[in-house]
Design a protein around this ligand. Structure first.
Ligand code: NAD
Length: 290
């Protein structure tokens, strides 16, 4: 059994991106510039945006965070997005979710110019991805593909069971792995799936992305399966200084011995997600994708 080391793979890719940025700047270009919009005071969102800022500085990008009060109007936010769409000094931007309830995430998402949509969430990028055209891929699915590639995990003809059908993880990773080059036979399970355990047991590759701590147990996993755990749930803990710890969607200790490969939480998929955002921003600066 091999534990997939997302931190190590992320560090390798980070170095490659930093080297590319250095060359780019030496050729007389300005650094790639990522802007994040943060609305309100959600603690987790602030942490995620902080991680993104740090990742930018590590690879030599410029980053800007636009912070707005939770009571701004949707029209105001649409105006800010229009400015970013038109700003030649901005290569890519993201709107950190969730947004306050009175703002439509869908309307905001659709207002983002797909050429600057480095989260890969707009309908144009989603459609292009589905068609197998060059697109900004959503970061978490792209991070999973990078891990499979790095560990040379065979996917062709394998049965991949994805648990979860969200627009940002479950559905895109299911779509990507069914495409030419990855060639998996894919099944998507969700909250209405009947006898989910017996479906998951048929998976050569199982991707757990449902957000329920330690949901996947050893009896649901076939001997020798590859298990990718996307879930992140914060639970209280008296064993850590912070008073909480992170759990994945997989009961790691009992599932790991049955696997050929498994990602831990933390240190598996998580570190890859930000790297994929950096990859997309670099591509946007190079005008490589669209
Ligand atoms: P989501 O809540 O949008 O979607 C969850 C999906 O799981 C839904 O499609 C639902 O149908 C399905 N589901 C819920 N309960 C189920 C059950 N009992 N059986 C089968 N399916 C069930 O979540 P999301 O945004 O896709 O995130 C999923 C998890 O991944 C969360 O824990 C999130 O924190 C984590 N996540 C991690 C990263 C990362 O970088 N590692 C990135 C994104 C999300």
């Amino acid at each position: 059994m091999t534990i997939i080391d997302g931190k190590e793979v992320a560090a390798k890719l980070r170095k490659e991106i930093a080297a590319d940025v250095k060359d780019w700047k030496e050729q007389g270009n300005r650094p790639p510039h990522l802007v994040a919009i943060l609305v309100g005071n959600d603690g987790a969102s602030q942490t995620y945006v902080g991680h993104k800022e740090r990742a930018c500085s590590e690879v030599g990008f410029r980053s800007t965070v636009l912070r707005f009060e939770a009571d701004i109007t949707e029209e105001f936010l649409l105006g800010e997005i229009a400015k970013l769409n038109a700003d030649p000094e901005v290569d890519g931007f993201i709107v950190q979710l969730p947004l306050p309830k009175h703002i439509s995430e869908q309307r905001i998402n659709e207002a983002i110019d797909f050429r600057k949509d480095v989260d890969g969430f707009t309908p144009v990028n989603t459609g292009r991805m589905m068609l197998g055209l060059p697109a900004y891929l959503p970061a978490t699915p792209d991070g999973i593909l990078e891990l499979l590639k790095h560990y040379k995990i065979e996917t062709a003809g394998k049965h991949c069971v994805v648990i979860g059908r969200s627009n940002i993880v479950g559905r895109p990773i299911a779509n990507l792995l069914s495409q030419k080059g990855w060639d998996c036979t894919v099944t998507i399970c969700h909250s209405r799936t009947k006898d989910l355990a017996s479906v998951v047991r048929t998976g050569d590759i199982v991707i757990a992305a449902l957000g329920k701590a330690e949901f996947v147990t050893a009896d649901m996993i076939k001997e020798g399966a590859v298990v990718i755990d996307v879930g992140i749930t914060r639970v209280p803990s008296d064993k850590t200084k912070s008073g909480w710890k992170l759990l994945g969607d997989v009961k790691f200790d009992e599932v790991a011995p049955k696997c050929s490969y498994i990602t831990p939480v933390p240190g598996g998929v998580g570190p890859m997600t930000i790297i994929s955002l950096m990859k997309n921003t670099l591509k946007a600066a190079h005008k490589e994708v669209l």
